[in-house]
Design a protein around this ligand. Structure first.
Ligand code: ZN
Ligand code: ZN
Length: 300
């Protein structure tokens, strides 16, 4: 009793009592997969999966982030012992997926497309029931490539898919409503009259429900085409202030750029992505990385 009281006392001192902490454990595995149903003809497979249909495997070095949340245990200062998470992950992910052909060797994908969307759903159902009661699974993030990852969170039934793009552009930070001195004071060297440039990274996230047969919520090649046409082709190697009419008279801060990109992409995705054999998807989030240290996010 005394020991518990002492532990509570020390927890109160560090302010951990009753507060939750989220923890992420990252793991990697390599696996092969294919988008192809043997029962269908070549034409039917192409109609179902689009340009990625193939009877042969390709592979990915997957990166899985397992995020759990719980209260700090006053007796040991931990949310959960990381060895417990590692053991669950080894049994439910590594031993089942690593160096395997997902279609052929992971039973739940014998008749189910091994898309990021379906894999996230499946991994959630594998990992969640195995976790000890003191933690809850709050998010899984599964990366197929640095330019494509999916997320499933506890608070949202929709799966999210993110594509990552790049463009290089110049701009000048300048607010017409302010004086020369005020602009200089506010924006410093970013107000230099001839401008400066960035290698921007653009993350485009769609959320939706996958089609039960194709396993996909959105044809990625169509999404790529929309982003290319709407944003990249127009922004890349351009001056945002001078080349793009939507920024005329506006200050091209990344806040303004992120909002503009979100609105333009939202409209294009709504009108141009054809459902076909895919589920439903809408624009959920846009992130603009102006530099590695400046990141701006707009959500639906
Ligand atoms: Zn793949
Ligand atoms: Zn800048």
């Amino acid at each position: 009793m005394i020991a518990i009281d002492q532990a509570k006392e020390s927890a109160e001192q560090i302010g951990s009592l009753g507060r939750t902490v989220r923890m992420v454990r990252r793991l990697t595995f390599s696996a092969g997969h294919r988008y192809w149903r043997a029962v269908l003809s070549k034409e039917e497979n192409v109609a179902l999966f689009g340009t990625i249909a193939s009877p042969y495997n390709h592979g990915h070095n997957y990166v899985l982030d397992v995020e759990v949340e719980g209260q700090v245990d006053e007796s040991n200062g931990m949310v959960v012992n990381i060895k417990v998470i590692d053991d669950i992950v080894r049994r439910s992910v590594i031993e089942r997926y690593h160096n395997k052909s997902i279609n052929d060797e992971v039973p739940e994908f014998a008749d189910r497309a091994p898309s990021l969307e379906n894999m996230l759903e499946s991994l959630w159902q594998e990992i969640d029931p195995l976790l000890p009661s003191e933690v809850s699974l709050t998010q899984l993030r599964l990366e197929e490539m640095p330019t494509l990852f999916g997320e499933k969170t506890m608070t949202d039934t929709l799966v999210k898919l993110t594509r990552v793009y790049e463009f290089a552009a110049s701009h000048r930070l300048h607010a017409d409503a302010l004086s020369h001195e005020e602009n200089l004071r506010l924006f410093g060297k970013c107000n230099h009259i001839h401008g400066h440039g960035h290698n921007y990274t653009l993350e485009v996230t769609v959320a939706g429900t996958p089609d039960p047969v194709s396993g996909m919520m959105c044809p990625l090649d169509q999404l790529d085409e929309i982003v290319e046409k709407t944003i990249l082709k127009r922004y890349d190697h351009r001056n945002l202030n001078l080349d793009l009419p939507e920024y005329e008279g506006r200050n091209t801060t990344s806040e303004v750029v992120a909002l503009q990109i979100f609105d333009d992409l939202k409209a294009a995705i709504e009108t141009e992505i054809s459902a076909g054999s895919f589920g439903s998807a809408h624009l959920y989030r846009v992130r603009v990385h102006e530099t590695a240290r400046n990141i701006f996010e707009v959500t639906n």
